[in-house]
Design a protein around this ligand. Structure first.
Ligand code: ADP
Ligand code: MN
Length: 495
């Protein structure tokens, strides 16, 4: 008999193999997550201050860069801790509010409220109970009044507990810390303004304004443009979309650029979020112009490619004389172009203007011509053409938003064109333009192809057959047809 009694054999509920495989699964999961959502501290990108952007001329900018670097490291650490704490628990805790880089946290001192100016002081301690009404305790020599330094100091320390929970006060009571009134007041003031700041932060998060919709890096990029004299001021946001944010800016007088900067500019910032580019990759993946580059690139670079694509497409259009924004410059994922509109008011979208019957007809023929030019002279299909991406300005239609435009020989190019035609036909037929061609006629008129199917389904099928033929040609000959064979030039429609 064992003198300590029989060891109660605790049954282990799972085997070692189970534990191991669970651990393995967790590791794999983590690995996968890391691959899908790389840390913001992208090692591939290297340190923020690299050769190309070492601009030491501005102290402010240097300070900002250093601060940014620090903040990013801090946040990365925070994220690691968050992950560690949450583990694989079903309920997780977010550390988001403790992050340094908060997209909404701009200048925190802009509207600081002095707590002494406000009547309500949320940090007023509970009624002191340690000192009775008469104002002193004890008798004779041992009397202590409420003004006693030690008592008061301890009380002050205890009051710190009333500060907002995120305000770290440490264990002052445990170490019998005695805070002087002066120090306590200073701390209280700080704690209060911190809470105000934190409250504003959350408020801003809810009504996140467009200005805050860009990440710090982008903000710095914009700041640099202003600093370099490229832009005079960035006045505000015109549009926030799923994939981009557009700002208005007054052009500056940059001495270095040989180009004249337009008095008003539009800045299109392509969003650098991962989920968005997934929707787009069907456009770019198959675009042979970007094909060999696509596979090797990281998401950040792919976003830049969208901006680049929009720039190239706009330039082609510009050269063909199609009314569209003029490219001013491209920096990473930020495209600066001329502003269509006046005095900060962007020209209205075609869907938002009411045109006279005459103007409507004029607009229709103009668009028909532009689509033909786009196809023939620019070798492009807009691929997102609708009343949402056409602006009415100076008595004519301007085309915008061409980052997704592709060449007609793109594997889905003709389908995109057909979709464009559907949008345009519908809009103008509903808008009362009797002359408006239907979508199939419009498609033939733009492409110069002669698809005879008289219903949508068959038409679509023939389009896809053509696309397939082209793809087969690529397979067999290793290169694309320069154009789809057509039965001569498309007929020119005019008023
Ligand atoms: P998105 O991909 O978000 O649709 P767009 O290029 O269509 O991006 O731009 C969004 C909006 O911003 C447009 O509908 C238009 O109102 C405005 N906008 C874009 N570019 C310009 C410009 N050059 N001039 C004036 N307004 C513009
Ligand atoms: Mn658009």
């Amino acid at each position: 008999q064992c003198p300590w009694g029989a060891p109660n054999t605790t049954s282990i509920s799972c085997s070692l193999a189970d534990v191991m495989s669970e651990q393995l699964a967790k590791e794999l999961q983590l690995e996968e997550e890391n691959a899908a959502f790389p840390e913001v501290v992208a090692v591939a990108e290297g340190p923020f201050i690299t050769g190309e952007n070492t601009d030491t001329s501005s102290d402010l900018m240097l300070a900002q860069m250093l601060q940014m670097e620090f903040d990013r490291e801090y946040d990365a650490q925070l994220r690691r801790e968050e992950r560690k704490i949450n583990g694989d628990s079903k309920v997780s805790i977010s550390f988001e509010n403790y992050r340094k880089v908060h997209p909404y946290d701009s200048d925190s001192s802009e509207d600081e409220v002095d707590w002494q100016d406000t009547r309500h002081d949320p940090y007023r301690a509970d009624k002191p109970t340690t000192t009775p009404r008469k104002g002193f305790i004890g008798k004779g020599k041992d009397i202590t009044t409420k003004h006693d330094e030690v008592v008061c100091g301890r009380k002050n320390t205890a009051r710190m507990e009333n500060f907002a929970p995120e305000f770290q006060v440490g264990d002052g009571i445990g170490m019998d810390l005695k805070l002087s009134n002066q120090v306590f007041n200073a701390l209280k003031q700080h704690a209060y303004s911190e809470e105000r700041r934190s409250a504003r932060l959350h408020e801003k998060k809810e009504h996140s304004t467009a200005e805050k919709a860009v990440d710090p890096k982008t903000r710095l990029l914009l700041y640099k443009m202003v600093n370099a004299g490229m832009l005079e001021t960035i006045t505000g946001c015109i549009s926030t979309g799923k994939e981009s944010v557009v700002f208005h800016a007054y052009g500056g007088m940059s001495a270095t650029e040989d180009k004249v900067i337009p008095p008003e500019c539009a800045i299109k910032v392509f969003k650098t979020t991962l989920n968005e580019f997934k929707n787009r990759d069907k456009y770019i993946k198959d675009d042979y112009r970007f094909k060999d580059r696509f596979s090797k690139l990281n998401p950040r670079k792919i976003i830049r490619m969208w901006a680049e694509k929009e720039m190239h497409n706009l330039t082609r259009m510009q050269n063909a004389g199609i009314p569209c924004p003029e490219v001013v410059m491209l920096k990473k994922h930020v495209l600066v172009m001329s502003f269509i509109g006046k005095d900060q008011f962007p020209a209205p979208k075609l869907k938002d203007v009411t045109l006279s019957t005459d103007d409507m007809k004029k607009a229709y023929y103009q668009i028909l011509n532009m689509m033909q030019q786009l196809y023939k002279e620019c070798n492009l299909v807009h691929a997102d053409l609708s009343e949402y991406n056409m602006l009415w300005h100076d008595g004519k239609v301007w085309l915008i938003d061409v980052s997704q435009s592709v060449e007609p020989t793109h594997p889905h190019g003709l389908e995109f064109l057909f979709r464009d035609c559907k949008n345009v036909s519908q809009f103008f037929q509903k808008g009362g333009v009797a002359e408006a061609l239907n979508e199939r006629e419009l498609f033939n008129a733009v492409s110069g192809l002669n698809i005879t199917a008289d219903n949508e389904v068959d038409f679509q099928e023939e389009i896809e057959a053509l696309e397939k033929m082209n793809e087969d040609h690529v397979q067999n000959h290793g290169k694309k047809l320069s154009m789809f064979s057509s039965d001569g030039d498309p007929p020119i429609y005019d008023e």
